[in-house]
Ligand binder design. Structure first.
Ligand code: GTP
Ligand code: MG
Length: 324
């Protein structure tokens, strides 16, 4: 059931909800709430607290936010919970660690309100303070963005930004599944793959203030983000995914096969029988992967057709209801 939390407003004004996922951010959450209330006085600020052990919830409440406690741990779960339960025309999603500037929110809101894009992402790379992003994370970010751009043919600069403005209409069509920090990658890719428009807007990015601690685990979360990209590639571009896999395995099989063939041409014998069997198996396996790509992309196409038809059917029903 939708939560009735949004502030009363004139009918023409869109309902704006500021969603702040928060885990142990007592040092910064008060300032984030205050800054966003000042920047967008008409919006409802909701802090989604995942059982923080510090005074985050109390501090957020004292600063004027609505606090919703979500017992299930993870930023991804929290965003899904927020989008499912709070209905808004526009969502602003921002981290609670006071690293993103509230006074630049209108730069992100304006293109969404004008209908120029469905999601505006605060891209950090150009204007980040030199020491705001740890060197390992800076390189990790570049690696992930590079891999994603190569796989999906996109030209994005920052897919892991925690500062976004999303249109409510788009959010209602996004099936988010990621439990944790992979949610940002999923948000961007689902948005693009469903034909919505993403606009990256450069924003300032500052380092976490002293006394506040990052919740990101460099290797564990980096690995999970890469796995999310692979899963999305498998699901949305099965032909590409399985062809790359088949090509890699074919290459291995051919290299083994070349050794066996050279032996045979030289001596008329097959002295490395296990290698011959392995190479033949690899080539067979590659054909199976290639065929799988075909089958999965055909199934995907059928699903896309079914989804398009059911969307049209729903719109027809709506039109009938309105004219009745
Ligand atoms: N509700 C909820 N919020 C979370 C959880 N984990 C992290 N967050 C929040 O998500 C936001 C992003 O977390 P950060 O630790 O800043 O991650 P990051 O910005 O990618 O990494 P840093 O560059 O180290 O700051 C912060 O507002 C956290 O409080 C969680 O399990 N539940
Ligand atoms: Mg952060």
């Amino acid at each position: 059931m939708a939560l009735e939390l949004l502030s009363p407003r004139p009918a023409a004004q869109p309902a704006v909800c500021i969603v702040i996922p928060c885990l142990n951010e007592a040092a910064t959450i008060g300032r984030v709430v205050t800054d966003f209330k000042r920047a967008l006085p008409q919006a409802t600020v909701i802090v989604f607290d995942n059982s923080s052990k510090d005074a985050s919830a109390e501090t957020a409440e004292a600063a004027g936010a609505v606090v919703i406690r979500v017992p299930r741990q993870g930023k991804g779960y929290v965003l899904r919970y927020a989008f499912d339960r709070v209905k808004a025309d526009v969502y602003v999603v921002v981290d609670a660690d006071d690293t993103y500037p509230a006074d630049q929110v209108s730069l992100l809101m304006a293109p969404v309100l004008r209908g120029e894009c469905d999601m505006a992402v605060g891209a950090r790379d150009h204007f980040a303070q030199p020491d705001a992003i740890r060197p390992l994370h800076r390189w990790g970010n570049r690696l992930i963005v590079g891999f994603l751009n190569l796989s999906f043919g996109t030209r994005l600069r920052d897919i892991l930004s925690g500062y976004r403005v999303l249109s409510g209409d788009m959010v209602r069509e996004l099936p988010l599944l990621a439990p944790g920090f992979e949610v940002e990658t999923e948000l961007t890719l689902e948005t693009l793959e469903r034909g919505f428009r993403v606009l990256e807007v450069p924003v300032q990015y500052r380092r976490r203030p002293h006394g506040s601690v990052s919740k990101l685990s460099s290797f564990k979360d980096g690995y999970r983000i890469l796995m999310t990209i692979m899963t999305l590639l498998r699901d949305y571009r099965p032909m590409t995914f399985f062809t790359i896999l088949a090509a890699a395995i074919t290459l291995l099989g051919l290299s083994g096969g070349a050794v066996v063939l050279t032996d045979y041409l030289r001596t008329g014998l097959v002295p490395r029988l296990p290698l011959a069997i392995l190479s033949a198996t690899l080539i067979l396996l590659a054909s199976v992967f290639f065929a799988t790509g075909f089958v999965v992309s055909a199934i995907n196409r059928r699903f896309a057709e079914a989804a398009a038809l059911s969307g049209r059917w729903r719109e027809d029903r709506l039109a009938q209801d309105l004219t009745a």
